[in-house]
Design a protein around this ligand. Structure first.
Ligand code: ADP
Ligand code: MG
Length: 706
């Protein structure tokens, strides 16, 4: 893998960022061992500490009367202990009641020592900082920070906002603040260099970068608290600008590095393409043809293609991938295709066999469940070029998988994979060439993300659905109306339609989800004895899943009860009704994916979201988005606003996306300027680029390749 090491060594020619060469061990209290802890956060130099900015602030400067507490709004209260007792329920807990002139609130501690309990004896004046939640006894604070006071007349010692930093195991907030204090002292003697063009500093009215850094780490008492809490102070905005610029530059640089690699030149194979199209029962849509054309232009170059194809669920991405693959195999090379689930990879495998075998090409399915002997045989066929196309799951990333002549990697539903997984595929060809990369996603990438997290990828959109699709009608219905829904299923199945029932009991627990799905399937079967009810979940053996899916696909079962394992890719056009239980537990993009399993045929499709009884206002607002639109782009944009980029990109990538001062929603308006200035810096090839990357990514840079 090409790394950026060579660039890191060019520090000499850069504008002086002196603190970049001052090791963190220069700070008092940092020995070799602690330095290792800090390095986990990418902190190796004094400069790194300065740019490790607080990602938010909390306000401990004001005391809130207990009566004015608001659920989920962190606050400081001050009062005397009115009661103190230990309760023995499922879990032992300490309950303390605090009161002031305006009211009372309960504190709860699940971990506590005898000393802590004794310190909170009745009548003691205390100050607490915590987040009130709605508990069994009304407003409660769980594990608040407590200071015992001499008297109720004490005023808060905090006169300014308290910064909150990203931490790691072995590094506490107070300890980091001590280091930051020292680092900020260096700023006066050694101010950091301004790398941005003067118009940026002017735009924000920031004359000294050093002042801005010191201000953000230690906001003075007279700072505008509201503005700071919103992240809109000019100093914050100045640094958010630079942080987003750094992300943009990092992705662009990764792209330039990747494009230095050599890839095989692949042209369209006219004869095979004609044969392929002649056998296809439909013609590609205009959008499919247009996107395929961009791919063919990329494949005909000597440098690797880096292209993301986005197309709403059902837009026909698989066909586009297959046609690109055809040119590659016809040119005598191999193709690898990765999908996030076994079900999906198997479905692709069957489609590819159907399309490619008549043309004389061989496909192979590679998944984790193969026996060692089967696997060995498969690996042999891959390296000896006995097979042309390998389709599989994560199993394809394993080191042992090596190709003879791999020219194209296709990653389906890319948000389910991490960047680094995708990169392992780059080194799998024995011919020494770098394969082209095609990544596909149904989740539209809002512009802000496209320009920061994915700036290294070219982007095409399949913006047209195959003809004859009818939009899905989505309704929100309460659990209480389950009996009516069951009647609706009966009626639909009598008309020959098929139905999905999706259970989402617990997020991230396939075990509990599976148990719940089993129960639901039993209940539904009892209510609907005339129907054949299928059941599929992640705990089934692969062969069982396969047979359940086949039965449903062939129309032999009417109703398929499933967990979210069917979320991606599953394609059964005759299914036209979907019930989603507890939709409030899922993200919008995930719901959109699920819903996309229906609406694939020509009859009108319906999606019923069966919500639980206690739906919060925010959850209702979220679900309404699903009712109002079938447009994946709008849904993704809303998801980004409501849940942040981590959720949208999938959990695996959240680590890459930890912004410090920047916030993609709030600061999206800066991106045009960032793009413009970023391009300018890259074209001028100035040392500022390296300096900016160093100060924002420091030691992490080695891991930031495309
Ligand atoms: P997705 O983009 O969600 O991955 P698929 O590739 O699974 O969509 O395609 C969805 C369905 O549409 C499949 O049944 C596929 O065969 C069909 N399809 C794809 N392209 C066309 C087309 N041009 N005309 C008609 N049907 C198509
Ligand atoms: Mg797909």
């Amino acid at each position: 893998m090409t790394t950026t090491t060579s660039n890191l060594n060019q520090n000499n020619s850069q504008p002086a960022d002196q603190l970049a060469s001052l090791p963190i061990t220069h700070l008092k209290g940092v020995g070799a061992k602690f330095a290792q802890v800090l390095e986990k956060l990418g902190l190796k130099t004094v400069q790194d500490v300065l740019f490790h900015l607080p990602f938010r602030y909390v306000d401990k400067t004001r005391i809130t009367p207990i009566f004015n507490l608001v659920v989920n709004h962190t606050a400081v209260i001050q009062g005397t202990v009115a009661s103190n007792n230990v309760q023995f329920g499922k879990r032992r807990s300490l309950h303390v009641t605090v009161e002031d002139d305006s009211g009372r609130v309960n504190l709860r501690f699940f971990h506590f020592t005898a000393a802590q309990k004794n310190n909170l004896s009745v009548g003691t004046p205390i100050r607490c900082y915590g987040e009130p939640r709605l508990g069994a006894t009304g407003l409660e604070m769980y594990h608040p920070e407590i200071t015992t006071l001499h008297s109720m007349d004490d005023t808060p010692e905090d006169s300014a906002l308290t910064p909150v930093y990203h931490l790691t195991e072995g590094l506490s907030q107070p300890r980091l603040i001590k280091l930051t204090e020292q680092a900020v002292n260096y700023l006066k003697k050694t101010p950091p260099t301004e790398h941005l063009p003067p118009q940026v500093a002017q735009k924000f009215g920031v004359s000294s970068l050093g002042d801005a850094l010191a201000f953000l780490h230690f906001p003075p008492p007279d700072a505008n608290i509201e503005q700071m809490l919103e992240g809109m102070h000019p100093y914050q905005q100045r640094l958010a600008f630079e942080e987003l610029l750094a992300h943009f530059l990092a992705r662009q640089e990764a792209r330039m590095l990747a494009q230095k690699d050599q890839s095989p030149v692949i042209h369209i194979h006219k004869k095979q393409r004609a044969a392929f199209l002649a056998r296809l029962p439909f013609t590609p849509t205009g959008a499919q043809t247009r996107v395929l054309h961009s791919i063919n232009v990329d494949l005909a170059q000597q440098k690797p293609m880096l292209r993301m194809v986005q197309g709403d669920v059902g837009s026909g991405k698989t066909l586009v991938a297959a046609m690109a693959a055809l040119d590659v195999v016809a040119a005598g090379y191999q193709v690898a295709m990765v999908a996030p689930t076994e079900i999906l990879s198997e479905q692709h495998f069957h489609a590819f066999c159907r399309w490619f075998e008549p043309l004389g090409f061989k496909a192979l399915w590679l998944v984790g469940k193969l026996t060692p002997a089967q696997k060995r045989k498969a690996l042999e066929k891959i390296i000896s070029h006995e097979v042309d196309i390998v389709i599989g799951t994560h199993a394809l990333f394993e080191d042992k998988v090596q190709f003879a002549k791999l020219a194209l990697c296709i990653i389906d539903e890319q948000h389910r994979f991490g960047v680094n997984q995708r990169l392992t595929l780059r080194e799998k060809s024995a011919d020494g060439l770098t394969p082209h990369q095609l990544v596909m996603t149904a989740t539209p990438i809002p512009r802000t993300l496209a320009m920061t997290a994915y700036a290294e990828l070219d982007y095409s959109v399949i913006d047209e659905l195959p003809p004859g699709r009818t939009p899905i009608n989505t309704v929100l219905i309460s659990q209480n109306r389950r009996p009516q829904i069951i009647e609706r299923i009966r009626a639909a199945c009598q008309e020959g339609k098929q139905v999905y029932w999706v259970c989402t009991l617990v997020e991230d627990s396939e075990t509990l989800d599976a148990a719940n799905a089993e129960e639901t399937a039993e209940t539904l079967q009892a209510c609907l004895p005339e129907l054949h009810v299928g059941l599929i979940h992640g705990r089934l053996k692969a062969a069982e899943k396969q047979s359940v899916m086949n039965t449903f696909k062939q129309g032999e079962s009417h109703l398929l009860v499933a967990t979210t394992v069917i979320e991606v890719g599953v394609d059964v056009p005759n299914a036209s009704l979907m019930i989603i239980e507890n939709p409030e537990r899922l993200g919008l993009s995930q719901l959109h994916q699920l819903r996309g399993r229906v609406g694939r045929g020509t009859v009108a499709s319906h999606c019923v979201m069966l919500y639980g009884d206690k739906l919060s206002r925010q959850a209702k607002e979220r679900l309404n988005v699903m009712r109002e639109t079938n447009d994946g782009f709008e849904i993704a944009q809303k998801d980004l606003e409501l849940r942040g980029p981590g959720e949208l990109l999938g959990t695996r990538q959240t680590g890459d996306m930890l912004y410090r001062v920047a916030d993609l929603n709030r600061d999206g308006y800066l991106l045009d300027d960032i793009h413009h200035i970023g391009q300018q810096l890259l074209e001028q090839n100035t040392p500022a680029v390296e300096a900016i990357l160093n100060r924002w990514f420091g030691a992490k840079r080695l891991y930031m390749n495309v």
